[in-house]
Design a protein around this ligand. Structure first.
Ligand code: C5P
Length: 224
């Protein structure tokens, strides 16, 4: 099947908005593949931290991105044969990912890898630039967000559940800084596209949010 015929649902939005959970739910319901593009930026950050590469060493960061030896298996993430599922979720990697993501050469080094996830019968891709840069021809584009307070609380719960220490005021400040960096960067800034549907999940359950995305997709996919 020609790649451009394989349907993509692009879900973009700010940090900790619940995109990941919603995107996975939609992918499961449709039996499609799922791409967590943020994990790729987090993996670049983890590798850079381990190699003591600084965030302003664009060339070295791009080399790391180009050579990333990554494997996704269900919920697990492997970097060069090492399981790093939790290691990429720390706040240090969150901040590092958003620093790496502001480097244009890192973004282009990850482009082909992201597009390779587009396999039959379809792909649900989530991140910041899925609808704008990586899959501009997505059949459905969703901008998924929630209030910054709701997002800080969700991220706090996620981290505590995983046994990672966290506190809400720090998370709130980090999220606001990261949102500003993601929205203000010159390359692939985070913003709602004119052709994206807005989904505010502040007061929605995960199931309600998944159902809304599936409803929009079915509307789009309806013949005529
Ligand atoms: O989605 P997640 O919070 O895991 O992403 C980590 C960071 O990676 C974000 O703060 C953002 O800077 C960057 N990112 C990006 N483009 C994407 C996905 C993530 O710039 N498509």
């Amino acid at each position: 099947m020609a790649r451009e015929l394989i349907p993509v649902i692009a879900i973009d939005g700010p940090s900790a908005s619940g995109k990941g959970t919603v995107a996975q739910g939609v992918a499961r319901a449709l039996g499609w593949r799922y791409l967590d593009s943020g994990a790729l930026y987090r993996l670049v950050a983890l590798a850079a931290l381990e190699l003591a590469v600084e965030w302003d060493q664009a060339q070295r960061l791009a080399e790391i991105a180009g050579r990333l030896d990554v494997q996704f298996e269900g919920d697990e993430v492997w970097l060069a044969g090492r399981r790093v599922t939790e290691a990429i979720r720390t706040e240090a990697c969150s901040v590092g990912a958003s620093r790496c993501a502001a480097v244009p050469a890192v973004r282009s080094a990850l482009l082909a890898r992201q597009r390779s996830f587009r396999t039959p019968p379809g792909l649900v891709a989530e991140g910041r630039d899925m609808g704008s840069v990586v899959f501009p021809d997505a059949v459905l584009k969703v901008f998924l967000t929630a209030s910054v307070e709701a997002r800080a609380e969700r991220r706090h719960k996620q981290l505590i559940d995983k046994g990672i220490p966290a506190n809400i005021p720090t998370l709130l400040r980090d999220l606001q800084e990261r949102d500003a960096r993601d929205a203000e960067r010159p390359v692939a800034p985070l913003r709602q596209l004119p052709d994206a549907r807005l989904l505010d999940t502040t007061r929605l359950t995960v199931d309600e949010a998944v159902a809304q995305v599936l409803g929009w997709y079915r509307e789009r996919a309806k013949p005529g």
